[in-house]
Write a new protein. Structure first.
Length: 363
C-alpha cells in the first residue's frame, strides 16, 4: 500500500480557521504537540481556538528531539489523558514525532507546520534521532496525516532562515531522485521525478525573491513556501520508496553525528550535502553538468545565507578524525549513499570532502 497524501489539506491565509469544523468532527480530546519557546504564542492561540470549540485540549512539548525518549514520554501523557488525536504544531522534528506517536497509538494525526522548513507535514515518514540530535534512521509510516493545515499566517511568523533551509531541502528532491530513480520502469516514479524538476526550477526562479520579499501580494513567496511544504511532500507521496534520497541526505545524516546539536537546521546541512553529491557525480560518474549545477546552486545559496561547506557548519574536517567519522557513517550498510547508480566507498567521500573544503567555488 502507498500513502500519497494527507486525507484533507487546508492551505492559505485562513487555513486554520477553515479547518476547525473538520477538526471538531475528528477529535474531542486532542493533544497539541510542540517544541521551543519561539512558537509558544502560536500554539497558545491554537489551544484557545480549540478550547472555544468545546474540545478537551491538552498540550505537551518535546524536550529534546524526535527521539525515543520524547516519544515514549508523550505517549504516556496521551494515554493518561485519554487523548484521541495528536495535533503536531511546529517544525520537522515536531511533525515527525506527532506522526510517529499517533500511528503507534492508532489515533489520527493533524499536522500544522509553523514554518516552510520541511515537507514533514505531508509525508508518511518519520526521521528518528538521538536526544542529542544524531540521526538514527527513518521510519516508514502506514499513512500520511489525517489533516494537514498549511496556514500562511503561521508560516509568515517563522524566521527567514527556516525558509532558506526549506528551499535547500526541497531542491535536493530533484538532484537525488533523478539520479537514483531515473531508470525505474514505473510511471508514477517518473512523474514524481518530473514534478521534482519543476519544483527545482520554481525554487531557482522564486526562492531568492521569496527570501527577501514581502509576504503580501508576493506570488514568489506563496509559490516558494508551498513548494517547500506541499509539493516536496507530493513528490515523495507519488514516488514512494522508489523515489529515493541519495548522497545529500546520507552526508547530512553523517554530519549530525559530530555537529553541535540544534545549531543548524536540517535543510542547511542537506544543502552542503547536495553540493558534495554533485562533486561525487562529477568525479565518479563523469557528470559533465555537475559543475554548472554547483555554480547555479551556489549563487542561490549565498543569496539565502546558506552554508556551502562543512566548515561553515562549524566543523573542521581535518581535526579530531572528523573526515573519517563522516565517511564511515556515510558509507555504512543501508546508507542512502548506496542508492547512487555507481559505487562509492570511504576513500571517495574523504577525497571529495577534502578537495571541496579547500577550494573556493567560482560562481
Amino acid at each position: 500500500m502507498q500513502s500519497i497524501s494527507p486525507e484533507t489539506i487546508y492551505r492559505g491565509n485562513y487555513a486554520w480557521e477553515e479547518s476547525l469544523p473538520q477538526i471538531t468532527k475528528l477529535t474531542k480530546s486532542p493533544l497539541i504537540l510542540g517544541r521551543g519557546i519561539q512558537t509558544n504564542n502560536l500554539r497558545n492561540n491554537i489551544f484557545n481556538d480549540l478550547k472555544n470549540q468545546k474540545l478537551n485540549v491538552n498540550s505537551a512539548n518535546l524536550q529534546f528531539d524526535c527521539c525515543y525518549e520524547d516519544i515514549s514520554r508523550v505517549k504516556n501523557i496521551i494515554s493518561n489523558n485519554n487523548n484521541d488525536c495528536v495535533i503536531a504544531a511546529g517544525g520537522g522534528k515536531v511533525l515527525d514525532s506527532g506522526k510517529y506517536i499517533a500511528e503507534s497509538l492508532n489515533i489520527p494525526c493533524i499536522t500544522v507546520p509553523l514554518s516552510a522548513s520541511t515537507c514533514a507535514g505531508w509525508t508518511a515518514l518519520s526521521n528518528i534521532y538521538t536526544k542529542s540530535g544524531q540521526f538514527i534512521k527513518d521510519v516508514a509510516l502506514g499513512s500520511c496525516p489525517k489533516i494537514l493545515v498549511y496556514d500562511h499566517k503561521f508560516i509568515q511568523t517563522a524566521p527567514s532562515r527556516t525558509l532558506a533551509s526549506g528551499i535547500a531541502d526541497a531542491l535536493a528532491k530533484w538532484y537525488e531522485s533523478s539520479i537514483t530513480s531515473s531508470k525505474i520502469d514505473d510511471g508514477l516514479v517518473q512523474q514524481a521525478i518530473q514534478i521534482s524538476r519543476v519544483l527545482r526550477d520554481q525554487l531557482l526562479i522564486d526562492g531568492g525573491k521569496a527570501f527577501k520579499g514581502q509576504f503580501e501580494n508576493n506570488p514568489s513567496w506563496q509559490n516558494t513556501v508551498e513548494a517547500c511544504g506541499l509539493t516536496a511532500g507530493l513528490v515523495g507521496g507519488i514516488g514512494g520508496e522508489k523515489c529515493r534520497t541519495a548522497a545529500a541526505h546520507a552526508i547530512h545524516n553523517a554530519i549530525t553525528q559530530i555537529i553541535t546539536p540544534n545549531k543548524f537546521l536540517h535543510g542547511e546541512i542537506v544543502g552542503v550535502g547536495l553540493l558534495l553529491q554533485l562533486r561525487l557525480e562529477e568525479m565518479k560518474n563523469n557528470n559533465k553538468l555537475a559543475d554548472q549545477s554547483i555554480k547555479q546552486l551556489f549563487v542561490l545559496m549565498k543569496e539565502l545565507n546558506l552554508p556551502t561547506t562543512i566548515g561553515q557548519l562549524g566543523i573542521n574536517v581535518f581535526e579530531n578524525n572528523n573526515l573519517e567519522k563522516i565517511a564511515d557513517f556515510t558509507c555504512r550498510d543501508k546508507s542512502e549513499i548506496h542508492f547512487l547508480p555507481f559505487e562509492i566507498n570511504k576513500r571517495d567521500i574523504i577525497e571529495v570532502i577534502s578537495n571541496f573544503e579547500q577550494q573556493k567555488i567560482q560562481a
